[in-house]
Design a protein around this ligand. Structure first.
Ligand SMILES: [Zn+2]
Length: 214
């Protein structure tokens, strides 16, 4: 398309290809650099086409970066319980997926509320609210009112990846931008490993989005 006025990415699901459209004058290099920046969007498209990993008896799901088997037995207690590499789940098979999701959301909220408090106190601030959700596109957000919202799916990720997102959002309590001061605070809160955690999130992100789906 010779007259394209802006860069555009389109995912052709049937053909399994990404199509990049760019204005006539854009250099190949800058068009590709732009496309690489759309990584989150691309991951989401891919997560939608790859088969989900539903919560079913004997399925393996990642919890805090470790593969855990869903061990279902109708006689076990209804509330899932984690023992080593197994998630013991009882009650009727119907509703099992819902109970597991509820368990993971609660675990995510508990774990990350503590981490928010820990990082916030190191930054000398406090969050007004911490909540978990499943806002498809974002792993976390922080409002100007000091409310932090995190994806419950982060509890599936390795702890260093999860902690990176939490530290990132807590740093936004102080700086609502990604400027130099923000980056310095983020690095101080998390310690070394920001770049590694960031690229690990990119790597594991698509799978985290498939867990419990389909
Ligand atoms: Zn940010």
């Amino acid at each position: 398309m010779r007259n394209a006025r802006r860069l555009r990415l389109r995912f052709d699901e049937a053909a399994g290809v990404l199509k990049l459209t760019c204005p006539w004058r854009t250099s190949r290099k800058s068009a590709l650099a732009w496309a690489l920046d759309q990584r989150d969007w691309i991951d989401r498209q891919l997560a939608n086409v790859e088969p989900g990993e539903p919560f079913l008896p004997d399925a393996m799901i990642p919890i805090e970066g470790r593969d855990v088997r869903i061990a279902w037995s109708a006689r076990a207690p209804r509330t899932p319980q984690r023992t080593g590499d197994e998630l013991l789940c009882g009650g009727p098979e119907e509703g099992l997926a819902r109970r597991i999701e509820r368990y993971l959301k609660r675990l995510a909220l508990e774990t990350m509320s503590k981490e928010v408090a820990e990082f916030a106190s190191a930054a000398g601030v406090a969050a007004r609210q911490v909540s978990v959700g499943d806002a498809g596109s974002r792993w976390g957000s922080c409002s100007s009112q000091g409310k932090i919202r995190l994806s419950w799916r982060l509890i599936l990720a390795p702890p260093e990846v999860r902690r990176y997102v939490v530290a990132h959002e807590v740093a936004h309590l102080v700086h609502l931008n990604h400027g130099r001061d923000f980056k310095a605070l983020e690095a101080r809160l998390l310690g070394p490993g920001v770049a590694e955690a960031k690229s690990a999130l990119r790597r594991v992100g698509p799978r985290l989005r498939r867990v419990g789906r389909g």
